[in-house]
Design a protein around this ligand. Structure first.
Ligand SMILES: Cc1cc2nc3c(=O)[nH]c(=O)nc-3n(C[C@H](O)[C@H](O)[C@H](O)COP(=O)(O)OP(=O)(O)OC[C@H]3O[C@@H](n4cnc5c(N)ncnc54)[C@H](O)[C@@H]3O)c2cc1C
Length: 287
């Protein structure tokens, strides 16, 4: 393994100063389930690794603050999946966290690490997009909130600026409940990154939100407010062109080892329709 310095700052200001001083040569270490793999295979070769698990502002925990659910940056998937606030208001996020990797991975992998890694296949990206989440970033210029939809650029690249790190993820508690469902397709049972990962959310105003990943360079959010998709009287023929338009942002790479573009696009359509039907059922059942 490439040699690097290891820092474990106890304060946020120290972490920001280190990140700022080293720029792209620094990497934040949270659970390490992505980073350690990359350090081992040489695809990441930072001069310094900054472990953020000792910093109070990033501590694990999920709490309600002023109409938002705030998730500390080092909160792991196991805790996201089990949390009563998350399960009540953002069911698809709990479902997505519950399918990441294996029990061992979920006990280490953080929610912030999943999105900061910016893999197009990140399972928690679609539910965070559907539920309008933002990250709280701290950097040399202070604190700013970045909608998750504005965070992703492409695999491994985010809009976080030099010296910035994520201290929390925030989700607004919706005034109108959003019934949401997370689904994914993998090559095999057991732990595997998704060939398609998708969340659908519907609300009583007839708005349908679809977010999907692993079918392009970054996860995508699309919204339909025509009401047709959730109208029980609307025919499949009426719904088809709307769904097709919502899937149009998918552009899977022909070079991926997991699945070819045709298969991914076919699965995207199947999963999208399935998730929409399930979300409508949940909305009707008050789930
Ligand atoms: C066997 C295996 C199975 C997996 N299965 C899945 C799966 O099914 N679905 C899925 O989505 N992922 C999967 N993953 C990927 C991984 O577990 C997740 O992406 C995980 O959530 C990453 O979190 P972490 O805390 O381990 O991040 P780390 O590895 O510590 O960090 C990941 C990246 O994010 C950056 N980072 C971390 N925290 C912050 C922060 N607070 N601020 C700024 N940057 C930060 C790091 O610098 C690094 O670049 C799997 C990984 C393995 C090894």
């Amino acid at each position: 393994m490439h040699t690097f310095a290891y820092a474990r700052p106890a304060s946020l200001s120290e972490a920001v100063a280190l990140l700022d001083a080293h720029g792209p040569d620094a990497r934040v270490l949270a659970g390490g389930t992505d980073l350690i793999v990359r350090l081992r295979d040489g695809s990441a070769a930072p001069s310094i690794v900054i472990d953020v698990k000792r910093i109070a502002e990033l501590r694990p925990g999920i709490r309600e603050v002023d109409g938002r659910v705030v998730i500390g940056a080092t909160t792991v998937m196991t805790d996201v999946a089990a949390d009563p606030l998350v399960r009540r208001h953002f069911p698809a996020l709990a479902e997505a966290a519950a399918v990441v990797g294996s029990v061992q991975i979920r006990n280490r992998a953080t929610l912030a690490g999943n999105i900061c890694n910016a893999s197009p296949a990140a399972d928690t990206a679609p539910p965070l997009l559907v539920h309008g989440a933002s990250v709280v970033a701290e950097g040399p210029g202070g604190t700013r909130r970045i909608p998750v939809d504005e965070l992703f650029v492409r695999s491994g690249v985010t809009t976080l600026a030099r010296g910035e790190l994520v201290i929390a993820i925030e989700l607004p508690i919706p005034a109108r409940r959003i019934a949401s469902v997370h689904v994914r397709r993998t090559r095999r049972r057991g732990h595997d990154l998704a060939s398609v990962t998708l969340t659908c959310g519907v609300d009583a105003a007839g708005i349908t939100r679809l977010a999907y990943g692993s079918v392009g360079p970054r996860p995508v959010l699309v919204t339909d407010d025509s009401g047709v998709l959730v109208d029980p009287a609307a025919s499949d023929e009426a719904k088809a062109p709307i769904l097709e338009a919502m899937f149009a942002a998918a552009s899977p790479s022909p070079r991926s080892m997991r699945a070819g573009p045709e298969y991914r696009l076919a699965m995207l359509r199947v999963l999208g329709r399935r998730a929409l039907a399930e979300a409508i059922d949940r909305l009707a059942a008050g789930e």
